[in-house]
Design a protein around this ligand. Structure first.
Ligand code: FE2
Length: 324
């Protein structure tokens, strides 16, 4: 316990005369002056001597353009409201390039690897309906953006057609190819006639080392292979470059940086099909509807934006004027 000073000690510390009191007041005034000086010094040292570099606000240059990524619609399992919102933005943005990210034909029924049994509604599916839905989508895209260059990437669902052809032809190459030409995606969606470039999962393009992938300026575009919550990170580490993909039905991104190339990123551009397909058997999905687009400069530098569509409403729409 702290010892209390005795009344005698306290009395000794009291000024004994008016002279002493005067001296103490003078010392106090000197200390106050010193404190004021130190406070001023401290304030001055914290004043802004650091200057931020001023930069002119960026403006859309003459050669700038928009690149659009329209993700998985799954044919007749398309979500009408989500697609409608996406097409509205597509028309407003008037992209120079449109990438159909794949899985625009669901290829269910006899083409599916896993049948969803036990649902009457699923039994309604026909490949014919699927083809009509995908053709209607392409008609709409071409009507709304008549000048756009369109690239159609084969998804894992379109890939089922080729697998079906190979199996049905008992692995005979010539017959499998004959079948593929008759019922393949290029044929049923009239891609050649439409002037749409088709990227097959079995072939390589634009000097890319990976099949089913194309270059888009400083970026790669592919349907995608990775699944799950870490798909963007997985794609990023596998590609080691900027890459846009569909397939996982989620809006997500991941970034990284390396010594050679600096910053790069992977973007998953969501989906536009039904949020709860029957094959999920009532398990809630963690999918997100939306799409992606890039504002690209003449030098091919780009800003990538993933746009969410929630309950049939695009979240670009209220801000779209700033970009068009
Ligand atoms: Fe898909």
């Amino acid at each position: 316990m702290k010892k209390r000073p005795s009344p005698t000690t306290v009395a000794k510390q009291q000024p004994q005369s008016s002279k002493e009191l005067k001296q103490l007041r003078a010392q106090l005034a000197a200390k106050e002056k010193q404190i004021t000086h130190l406070e001023t010094c401290l304030e001055q040292s914290r004043n802004a001597t650091f200057r931020f570099k001023k930069q002119r606000p960026g403006r859309r240059g003459k050669g700038d353009y928009v690149r659009f990524f329209l993700p998985d619609t799954h044919g007749c399992f398309v979500d009408q409201a989500a697609l409608s919102a996406c097409l509205h933005d597509l028309e407003a943005l008037q992209p120079r390039q449109v990438f159909m990210m794949g899985d625009h034909l669901d290829c269910g029924g006899f083409l599916a690897q896993h049948h969803t049994l036990g649902f009457v509604a699923q039994a309604d599916y026909t490949f014919e309906d699927d083809i009509v839905a995908a053709n209607t989508l392409l008609d709409e895209v071409q009507k709304r953006c008549p000048k756009a260059e369109i690239v159609y990437l084969e998804g894992n669902h379109e890939e089922r057609i080729e697998k079906f052809c190979v199996t049905s032809a008992l692995r005979n190459k010539v017959d499998a190819e004959l079948l593929r030409r008759s019922i393949g995606t290029e044929s049923v969606l009239n891609l050649e006639k439409r002037g749409i470039r088709y990227i097959r999962k079995a072939l390589t393009y634009d000097g890319c080392r990976v099949q089913g992938t194309v270059r888009a300026g400083k970026c790669f575009v592919t349907h995608g292979t990775s699944h799950g919550k870490n798909a963007a990170n997985a794609m990023l580490s596998r590609f080691g470059a900027c890459v846009v993909f569909g397939h996982v039905h989620k809006l997500m991104s991941a970034t990284d940086r390396n010594v050679k190339d600096g910053e790069f990123a992977a973007w998953s551009v969501g989906h536009l099909s039904k949020q709860q397909p029957l094959w999920r058997h009532g398990h809630p999905t963690d999918w997100s509807q939306g799409y992606g687009f890039q504002v690209v400069t003449k030098q091919e530098d780009f800003l990538h934006i993933n746009v969410p569509i929630i309950d049939g409403r695009s979240y670009l729409a209220p801000h779209g004027d700033a970009l068009t």
